[in-house]
Design a protein around this ligand. Structure first.
Ligand code: MV4
Length: 503
């Protein structure tokens, strides 16, 4: 590995955070620890949001809809220049994987805290990604190596790999633009649909065929590279517990990987990153079959929602490292420095009703009390009394627990889920409890069909109305002036809460 000192160092003393919610706070906190000032941008719906309060400065960039605010790269870059920011951190979602935005940031003389526009472009196109990694020995699901131009040839290949097959849009990803084909008779119709959907969704009708693995696990590898060609991986995250491509529970490490498979997957992930000259934080997605054979699917060129589980088992601050490599520093870690310590589990808390087909719920957080204590991390963007807006992703928080091993992390998660108090909106806290107590989850025996296979809406225990009322009354009492545990305006120590005593 090359560990020459930086040649193109770029000082960063002020970062504009082009995002909202928990990830904006996450970035602001690491920046502050590094002595870097921060600028928040916000929509009219987020005037009172926590990321606005936590940043050193804040600029309103438009009306509530994302298309008029958080997706307006021009306004964001303009705000960055006016306020003297040196760099822009895109977070996840919004503009984070938009190569044109990354390019415009650089053209405006600012540092994009992420990979090069070329890396984003290559990995954003699934076929270009496969072509880029072709000269490395990366296992891929059998299928067509390039876009389908001739239907008869594609059908022959489908018959060869065996049905069911998937038709995937090259410009898709994250589950978007995929169609299952059960047998040859259905091929033509599904192919036509896939192409027209891809054209209308992505403006690119390129599609390819892959054998459809019906019960895979989704395991991804965190990678990190600097601008001097050094690349490392930070082990895996198991993300199989998902619902309609929305992840709900993640953990690190995976309970099924052996040290040998982990090492081979890690090396493959680093090769995928090397294939596109990657720098910054990225994630290489694999599917893993029942024989523990793994196949490269795609690379996400951003910091991911579930990054905290990796931080907890490795002890690194991924955002700090992102900022470090963005300013041209050499990675301060080598592969041999990294070890897995303990186990981490993340449950995403959404404002959704699991009893009602996970319908998003909006409203005011009348009670909002976070769990605390040993091994508990909460990444959120809310406080009691705030509204959950309709305009954005309904994720309220990420609850992450860490333990010496998987059973301890899971029991700690159950304890933390029980401690969490939310009223005013329906949440997926009960769903998290369902997963944590499930024998298949506890045994580590599950795949991407877990939710579909095991979850019944009637499995979520209805919130105890008496307990909810008590919690709301207590929260109200505690936030009175002069009493506060949560309000920033009071000086007195909080009274000791006895509400856990009734359990
Ligand atoms: C697959 C697959 C099975 N076979 N490809 C979904 C997200 C996108 N990254 C690709 N995805 C899949 N591709 C083949 N050939 C199953 C999935 C998949 C999946 C992958 C990761 C996490 C959750 C998933 C849920 C359903 C399907």
């Amino acid at each position: 590995m090359d560990h020459r000192p930086s040649t193109n160092a770029r000082p960063i003393s002020k970062i504009l955070v082009a995002n909202r919610g928990e990830i904006a706070l996450r970035v602001i906190r690491s920046a502050r620890e590094m002595g870097i000032r921060t600028v928040a941008v916000y929509s009219e719906a987020d005037r009172n949001a926590l990321h606005v309060r936590h940043a050193d400065e804040a600029v309103c960039i438009g009306p509530p809809p994302s298309a008029e605010s958080y997706l307006r790269g021009d306004k964001i870059i303009d705000a960055g220049r006016r306020l003297g920011a040196d760099a822009i951190h895109p977070g996840y979602g919004f503009l984070s994987e938009n190569a044109a935005f990354a390019r415009q940031v650089a053209e405006a003389g600012l540092v994009f805290i992420g990979p090069s526009p070329e890396s984003i472009e290559t990995m954003g196109d699934k076929l270009a990604a496969k072509a880029a990694v072709a000269r490395y020995n990366i296992p891929m699901v059998p299928g067509t190596p390039a876009a389908i131009t001739e239907r008869a040839a594609a059908k022959r290949r489908a018959a060869e790999v065996g049905y069911p097959v998937l038709i995937k849009a090259s410009a898709g990803g994250g589950g978007k633009g995929m169609r299952v084909v059960e047998n040859e008779a259905a091929f033509d119709e599904q192919m036509e649909r896939a192409v027209s959907e891809a054209i209308s969704a992505f403006g690119d009708g390129s599609v390819f065929v892959e054998k459809y693995l019906t019960s895979p696990r989704h395991i991804e590898i965190q990678v990190l590279g600097d601008q001097h060609g050094n690349l490392i991986h930070l082990f895996e995250r198991e993300c199989s517990i998902q619902r309609r491509h929305q992840k709900v529970v993640e953990e690190a490490p995976s309970s099924v990987l052996t040290p040998d498979i982990r090492e081979r997957m890690g090396r493959c992930a680093v090769d995928v990153a090397r294939a596109c000259g990657y720098y910054g934080a990225g994630t290489v997605e694999f599917i893993v079959d029942e024989n523990l054979d793994f196949y490269f699917l795609e690379m996400n060129t951003r910091l991911q929602v579930e990054h905290p589980v990796t931080e907890l088992i490795t002890g690194v601050d991924l955002v700090k490292l992102q900022i470090g490599v963005a300013r041209g520093e050499v990675l301060p870690l080598r592969q041999a420095d990294l070890r897995i310590l303990g186990h981490a589990v993340e449950v995403r808390v959404y404002a959704e009703d699991p009893a009602n087909n996970f319908l998003p719920d909006i409203g005011t957080l009348t009670t909002y009390v976070r769990p605390q204590g040993i091994g508990v991390r909460v990444d959120d963007g809310f406080e009691q009394g705030m509204d959950v807006p309709i305009h954005y992703d309904p994720m309220i928080a990420k609850l992450i627990t860490f333990g010496k091993d998987r059973p301890e992390a899971i029991e700690r998660m159950r304890r933390a889920l029980d401690e969490y108090r939310v009223t005013g909106v329906e949440t997926t806290l009960g769903f998290g409890r369902f997963v944590m107590q499930h024998p298949a989850f506890r045994a580590g025996q599950f795949d991407t069909n877990f939710v579909q296979k095991y979850f019944n809406p009637s499995d979520v225990p209805a919130a105890d109305p008496e307990e909810a009322l008590l919690a709301a009354a207590l929260a109200n009492f505690l936030t009175q002036p002069g009493r506060g545990v949560t309000g920033p305006t009071t000086e007195k120590p909080a009274p000791r809460s006895r509400w856990r005593d009734r359990r």
